[in-house]
Design a protein. Sequence first.
Length: 186
Amino acid sequence: MTHSSYRVFHDRAQQEFGEAGLRTGFTGGMADVVDRADAEETTQTVVGLLVVGLIVLINVLVFRSVLAAFAPLFAVTVVGGAAVGTVVGAALLTGFELDPGTPSMIGTVLIGIGVDYFLFLLFRFREELRRRPQEHHRVVAADVAERVGTAVTSAALTIVAAFATLGVYQCPATSSTAGTRSSGAQ
């Protein structure tokens, strides 16, 4: 039974028993997962908004640019959507059952890693612009992207390898999300 079919069943049972003056209650794994997801929805929204607000505020203060504040978030959103689609599509094609927390795990990992890498690139670009003011900014950007790209790729591959090992490890709490984490870090 999926979350949506459970919710339909739950709502219908509540309505029909409620009309008879009875109160309903559900137990078990699916009921627990759905109830917990519903209860945490507001908390996740507030935390997400606070994280985005903090990232924007810090970037505006450090880089004195609204574009520099929103560019990493836009990039992380686009890559996150592609990563979630890829992971869910691969799971559907292979019949692999994903953990219900997988989409939020992708978002968390991508925000942490993606924004960090983007800021690293931006810091190096500004540093090189100050060091070589006579050169055109496109030449400087290409040099920085080449050097930083190597470091970022190396770090991302290390993270992919680390998360992929969780898939080999026989622990249900980590093995079902290992492929997701490693694919999102690329």
